[in-house]
Design a binder for this molecule. Structure first.
Ligand SMILES: [Zn+2]
Length: 537
């Protein structure tokens, strides 16, 4: 009996001493320690001072102080903010990742995750794009939505009518396929072709796939001007009828008639949220939009595809009707604004000389009279040539600020990957995130720094249901942005867009440094982030 007790006692003391020994064991080795930064953890809480210990792809320790000898490498972050890497829920990066794998214009903004497949268009089939990206290697993480326009075009081409039961089944099948390939949800672009041809019923039925696979519904809504409330309600209906989250893309009051009428957005959104529909929005901090010109024309002229469109334009009656519609939708102002001065050609393969110039300047270049008739004809000429993107100054700064103050609006660039010097793109591709931090937080004090960082990190991560990203927590991926809060700012302008932002000092993706003292390291640690319906093949 005593012998037995003795044995048990021995065993217990062994266990205890083993425990103590292992606690006192050799100091844990970190791959990297970031010392004494102001940690803004993404939750919206005020910063706290701490050391972060990183090992492999993860943050493994957050302590007031970590032993310096425990680190292979140290980054001194005294006076700098350490935030989770920014997550851009709205980009058009997609296939360009294969040509621009360094993601420089996003890394330099502190962005570590890009979401593509927005506004109804994605690279089809996704499995193939993901395979090529993984083979190539990219600097930032990438996730993609599956686009309704892409899927509809696959099944129905440019048909204007509603899908037959057979076509509907085929579209659902393709969406299921893309969700299984790893899409994070469904996007629509209802101002673009062929999305403009679809009905709410079609969208509700297609999105029903997501109630089985998971994922959210992101929508470039049908109208961002006078019918914006209806358009928001349509997006809400798609989510509400299927019990899925709704993200309204690049929210804006994009017509003079609705400027400063924020209630057109807040009333339907807040009513839906009160009913328990998860509705969120994203915005970029500029008063200009960027897209092609096709949405300025009556949509039926595109029915059946490009050749038919070109054929129809030869009919003088149709041509004139198109022209009047362009004048109405793009070149008329009730506030006496000369619209010809507000529309710029961003890129055009056929007319590179027009890039960076507004319609008035282009008409002058052509030796034509500057008037709306010639302006409309110029727009039709540009659409005829295809492949033209433009910049439209069509928002009011007060609305941009008011939207930013809403807690359920996050930040997304709506930009794309850019090659230095190519075209005259919207500066949002280079400046969105630093512009919010510099201009809207520090200079104008529209929102706090904590709130801005939340809108760039934990909030999009929550909408996308990202696991272990978007916050600074032990066990989370070490996607981090270290910036100087007194200096961070955008430098890209509409006149000179190809300029990297300032004040972003270090950027880490999955534990690896991709930006160091403002310089790109060339590393490509980015991962594909697969959606909830992903089935590994
Ligand atoms: Zn869009």
């Amino acid at each position: 009996m005593t012998k037995r007790l003795l044995l048990i006692g021995l065993a217990i003391s062994l266990i205890i001493s083993w425990g103590i020994f292992s606690c006192r064991g050799p100091a844990e080795k970190y791959d990297l320690v970031i010392k004494q930064g102001l940690v803004l953890d993404g939750s919206g809480n005020p910063w706290f001072r701490a050391d972060l210990g990183l090992k492999g792809q993860k943050i493994v320790a957050i302590k007031d102080r970590l032993e310096p000898q425990a680190a292979s490498r140290i980054i001194e972050a005294e006076g700098l903010v350490i935030a989770p890497g920014f997550i851009d829920i709205h980009t058009h990066a997609d296939r360009d990742l294969l040509d621009i794998p360094g993601c420089e214009n996003y890394i330099s903004q502190g962005v570590t995750t890009l979401v593509g497949g927005n506004c109804g268009g994605h690279d089809f089939p996704l499995a193939e794009l993901f395979r090529q990206i993984e083979k190539k290697g990219i600097a930032c993480n990438f996730a993609s939505l599956a686009g309704h326009n892409t899927i509809r075009r696959q099944v129905m081409g440019m048909k204007m009518e509603k899908p037959t039961a057979e076509e509907m089944n085929r579209m659902k099948e393709l969406l299921r396929q893309e969700m299984a390939a790893g899409a994070i949800g469904l996007s629509t672009g209802l101002a673009y072709l062929p999305g403009t041809y679809s009905s709410t019923e079609e969208l509700v039925e297609l999105a029903a796939v997501l109630s089985q696979t998971g994922g959210f519904y992101a929508s470039h809504i049908r109208n961002q001007g006078q019918r914006i409330t209806e358009a928001i309600e349509e997006a809400i209906a798609v989510g509400e009828k299927n019990g899925i989250p709704v993200e309204i893309s690049h929210i804006k009051l994009a017509a003079e008639e609705v400027w400063n009428q924020l209630e057109r957005i807040t009333v339907p959104v807040e009513a839906a949220r009160a009913r328990g529909v998860e509705v969120t929005l994203d915005q970029y901090p500029y008063t200009a939009t960027s897209s092609g010109f096709t949405s300025s024309l009556p949509q039926e002229v595109f029915e059946g595809g490009r050749d038919k469109f070109l054929e129809r334009l030869k009919d003088p009656e149709i041509y004139n009707r198109v022209k009047q519609a362009v004048i109405r939708s793009r070149l008329t102002s009730r506030r006496g604004i000369d619209k010809l001065e507000t529309i710029y050609v961003a890129s055009s393969r056929k007319f590179p000389g027009y890039e960076g110039k507004n319609l008035k300047q282009i008409l002058e270049l052509q030796g034509k009279a500057v008037n709306v008739d010639n302006g409309a004809e110029l727009i039709i000429d540009l659409v005829r040539e295809g492949d033209v993107s433009a910049i439209f100054f069509q928002m009011d700064e007060k609305d941009v600020e008011a939207l930013m103050r809403l807690p359920y609006v996050m930040i997304g660039s709506d930009g794309g990957l850019q090659l230095a010097g190519q075209g005259s793109p919207h500066p949002r591709s280079y400046g969105t995130f630093p512009r919010v931090l510099g201009e809207y937080v520090r200079e104008r004090k529209i929102i706090t720094l904590e709130e801005a960082v939340r809108k760039m990190t934990s909030f999009p991560a929550q909408t996308m249901r990202l696991k272990n990203r978007g916050m600074i927590r032990e066990g989370y991926y070490a996607d981090l942005t270290i910036f100087n809060p007194a200096e961070v700012r955008d430098t890209a302008t509409f006149a000179q867009p190809h300029q990297h932002s300032r004040g972003i000092i270090y950027v880490l993706v999955n534990g690896q440094v991709v930006l160091e003292q403002g310089k790109f390291t060339g590393k490509r640690p980015g991962a594909i982030i697969y959606g909830p319906g992903y089935r590994k093949k």
